[in-house]
Each structure stands twice: as C-alpha cells, then as structure tokens.
Design a binder for this molecule. Sequence first.
Ligand SMILES: [Zn+2]
Length: 76
Amino acid sequence: MPVRTCIACRARAPQSELVRLVRRGDLVVDATAPRLEGRGAYVHRGCIELAVKRQAVRRTFGPGAELDASLRADPA
Ligand SMILES: [Zn+2]
C-alpha cells in the first residue's frame, strides 16, 4: 500500500485513507474516484479546513488554485 503525505498536517498515511486532489484549471478537485490523471496531492478528509487555513492548496498547486467548494462542504 503506497504511503502519502497529507498536505495539511504533513503526516504520512496509507493512500487509501487520503483524498487525492488534482488541479483542473483553477479548481482543485477530488480525484479519488474516478481517479483523475495529473499531478496529485493528498489530504486527510478531516484536514481539508486545515489545508485551507494553512494555504496548503496554493502552496502545493500554485497561485490561483482554489479548493472545490464541494470538498469543503463534505461533513465527513
Ligand atoms: Zn492530515
């Protein structure tokens, strides 16, 4: 099982426990399933607000990158 680093808390976790993120235009979307190609990054679902607070999305994907609102609205 591949291990990936969460962009928000920087902890390492099995890939299956993380949400895969890919940038599409200026939007960073959930690319877990169906799996989207492209440069991916990983975040715990529970770390999404932390990622926003720490500007982790822009740090990872570059200026102008915005997290898809549906990811932030997910209560799980
Ligand atoms: Zn995390």
